[in-house]
Design a protein around this ligand. Sequence first.
Ligand SMILES: Nc1nc2c(ncn2[C@@H]2O[C@H](COP(=O)(O)OP(=O)(O)OP(=O)(O)O)[C@@H](O)[C@H]2O)c(=O)[nH]1
Ligand SMILES: [Mg+2]
Length: 424
Amino acid sequence: MPNNHKAVLVGCADDTAGLTEHQASLQELARLCSSVDIQASELVLAPLRSPSPRYLLGSGKSEEIAELRRSRELDYIVFDKNLSPSQQRNWERLAECPVMDRHEVILEIFRRRARTRQAQLQVEHAELQYKLPRLTRAWTHLSRQRGGRRGTRGEGEKQLELDRRWILNRISRVKLELARIDNRQSTKRKRRREGRLPIGSIVGYTNAGKSSLLRTMTGAEVLVADRLFSTLDATTRTVHPEQGPRVLLSDTVGFIRHLPHSLVDAFHSTLEETVLADFLIHVLDVSVPEYLECFEATRDTLRELGVIEKPTILVLNKIDALPEEFELTTRREKLAQSHTGPIVACSVLKGRGIEHLSAEIRDLAFAEESKQSYLIPIERYDLVALLHRSARIYHEDVEENAYSVTAGVPSSIAEQLEAFRLTK
Ligand SMILES: Nc1nc2c(ncn2[C@@H]2O[C@H](COP(=O)(O)OP(=O)(O)OP(=O)(O)O)[C@@H](O)[C@H]2O)c(=O)[nH]1
Ligand SMILES: [Mg+2]
């Protein structure tokens, strides 16, 4: 396990983004590295006009970086762009040290943070997929032992084939166990849907304050920490009555720019909460200069999950940490160009804006509700309970042999109550 190793971090300034964005991404890579005890001793932003298949960068620049690594006696080279397996191999030969990319660092963070069996298996799945085409690397994954492959060429090839088969075998087993867990969870999810409470999924960039929001609104004891990827599983809770309407909110894994596809795939089941949700709450840390990139990176992942069209409330969080108050107006206007739904400015930490958010959640979750009055016989208490669970109660009274209830009823339960409706 690397412990306070040092690295040179390499960003590639191609024309997919502006210079400041590449710099911000490289700074973020430094943060990712520090999460796995790798200190960013040198940051290099290399211009990339025409990618070279051998090293991604041109050979002159590559030599220069390898030399920098040697002269400063650093342990690793870490790329902000993802390297192909052969580029990674070429680099390791050139630089004579382990060479990683953003993908591998993110995988390692996920591996260290995974607590539940499901998260562990999901990460393992993504890791094995990463490893499969990289079996001939001179240095293995961060967390594993180092060392080149020994033996004659013939033996090496045989070993390679065995390793390959072992990995494929392991992938099938992991998939099988994940399917079992997924089965159990979908039963639970189904039961929840039968309760017919609207479900909102909290999504957003990592460290934006998603778990903090779940805590504030539902009292769930979820982990809140100032680091990347604290949350790797999904937690769903009912909103506290004093904090807002009767809806379920779920908090899940955060996103980041260039989130490896294999991780999105592997976390499919955890992200299922988002896919099945009735609406989304997109939490954005609006206090950082790169708020727009974070916003877009989250939208990219939502697009990948096929949920970009869901009704979404955009929460501009951490307004207490904004450099200037007026920045909020500017940033809000910029975001409003891409986000057409409601926007709420909040400081979850200071409890500001939560009431406004509750009102927006109520409007969105019960958008299709209609206000109705019912007279329900005493023996149909189950329907009264259903109203309590799933509707907004405006007024209720117990009469001789019946409950009289006026409530905002979502269309999903209206039919079951139709026979007892008073206002036709
Ligand atoms: N200044 C400020 N900090 C906040 C606010 N809301 C959350 N934070 C802090 O931001 C950090 C991240 O909060 P989390 O709630 O763990 O963020 P998350 O989005 O769940 O992050 P991951 O699970 O790691 O993706 C913590 O240190 C919080 O205390 C806020 O309104 N203002
Ligand atoms: Mg979290």
